[in-house]
Design a binder for this molecule. Structure first.
Ligand code: PLP
Length: 396
């Protein structure tokens, strides 16, 4: 079954009782039992629910594995992995530019309880291997990264990790299973913020953990029930609906991202465009090898002050200033004061996240409208920038 067919048919037969083509939302907390302990597979909706089970089935099919568990948020999904595999004294290795919330969860929640968090540049494979000790349990990576869209070589990292019996967790939120299949490259666990492209409409918060190996997955399923951070049946139904158009949407997001990256590349008010599809992106070759598309996010560095960058983000016509990404409506964000504000400024500087970086999540609107909206704001900045440069030139 091809990807787009899976989004419609995998784990989604017509409903048995009525033949409804779209299965109803099983909005129930509990289930009638025939006799104590005897039931039809469902006893309580924290443990399992038919709408949630359908969603888990389709997510597993899209990532090409057996097992999936959905959670009330991406961070709840991450927490389940970390709680399953880290005991006090254990080590986890991450690259510098993981999502701000992941950084906070590891440094402010797990580290004080005894987890050793090592931050290593994952583009330097020898440094990754050198950092592994017998206490290391997890190598954790996002690729493309947020917000600089660096690309790490999943297969090479998995080879290193597996030589030392270390698990590899890949956050596949940015790439989506359409563009990147981490299990085929050796990953042990995949995690998603379903909130983003998978659900796709900026109308819910949800996460997922996937695994092929039953033994690796078992503690995740156990924690899903025993800590209870499960999504509502309605949110699961919304995601099932969103996933039916995943391929159409993500292809359009990627087309729009590419059009924007190309249009802004030479703009005088932009000092740098981060988009892995541009041939001069430092990781373009890895991206071309391990992904089937370059994703839907573009980040840019504004040639100006922090205030100018903030003004640019708050005065767009179609790009709504807001946290998150991957929805049908375009979003714009200033990571230093929004998604990555929980990372201290000196840490942000170390990882190359400048205060004038702006992240764009183009939606599925017409690309000309999106490009024009950005150019309009940049031209205004550009005029200011060239005036500033003229004044500087006169002064020197
Ligand atoms: C790459 C990545 N992973 C995980 C998360 C956390 O997901 P959630 O916000 O659904 O808890 C986010 C949220 O922005 C993200 O961008």
């Amino acid at each position: 079954m091809k990807f787009s067919t899976k989004t419609i048919h995998a784990a989604q037969p017509s409903e048995a009782e009525t033949g409804a083509v779209v299965a109803p939302i099983f909005q129930t907390s509990t289930y009638q039992q025939q006799s104590p302990g005897v039931h039809r597979g469902f006893d309580y909706s924290r443990t399992s629910n038919p709408t949630r089970a359908r969603l888990e089935g389709v997510l597993a099919a899209l990532e090409g594995v057996e097992h999936a568990a959905v959670f009330a948020s991406g961070l709840a999904a991450e927490n389940a992995i970390l709680q399953s595999y880290l005991n006090p004294g254990d080590e986890i290795i991450i690259p510098p530019d993981v999502y701000g919330g992941t950084h906070r969860l590891l440094h402010r929640v797990f580290q004080p309880k005894g987890t050793v968090v090592k931050v290593v540049d994952f583009s330097k494979l020898e440094q990754v291997e050198a950092a592994i000790t017998p206490r290391c349990k997890i190598l954790w990576l996002e690729t493309p990264t947020n917000p600089r869209l660096l690309i790490y070589d999943i297969a090479a990292i998995c080879r290193i990790a597996h030589r030392h019996n270390v698990l590899v967790v890949v956050d596949n939120t940015f790439a989506t299973p359409l563009f990147q299949q981490p299990f085929s490259l050796g990953a042990d666990i995949v995690v998603h913020s379903v909130t983003k492209y998978l659900a796709g409409h900026s109308d819910l918060i949800q996460g997922a953990v996937l695994a092929e190996n039953a033994a690796i997955f078992e503690p995740i399923r156990y924690l899903q029930n025993s800590t209870g951070a499960v999504p509502s049946p309605f949110d699961c139904w919304l995601t099932l609906r969103g996933i039916k158009t995943l391929e159409l949407r993500v292809l359009r997001h990627a087309q729009n991202a590419e059009a924007i990256a190309k249009a802004l590349e030479q703009h005088p008010a932009v000092t740098r465009v981060y988009f892995p599809g541009l041939p001069d992106h430092p990781d373009h070759d890895i991206a071309a090898r391990q992904m089937t598309g370059f994703g839907g996010i573009v980040s840019i560095e504004i040639d100006g002050t922090v205030d100018e960058a903030r003004l640019f983000t708050s005065s767009r016509r179609y790009f709504i200033l807001g946290e998150s990404l991957g929805g049908v409506k375009s979003l714009i964000c200033h990571p230093a004061s929004m998604t990555h504000a929980s990372i201290p400024p000196e840490e942000r500087r170390k990882i190359g996240l400048s205060d004038t970086l702006v992240r764009l999540s183009p939606g599925i609107e017409a690309s000309d409208d999106l490009v024009d909206d950005l150019l309009e704001g940049l031209n205004r900045l550009g005029e200011d920038c060239s005036t500033k440069k003229r004044i500087e030139a006169i002064a020197t």
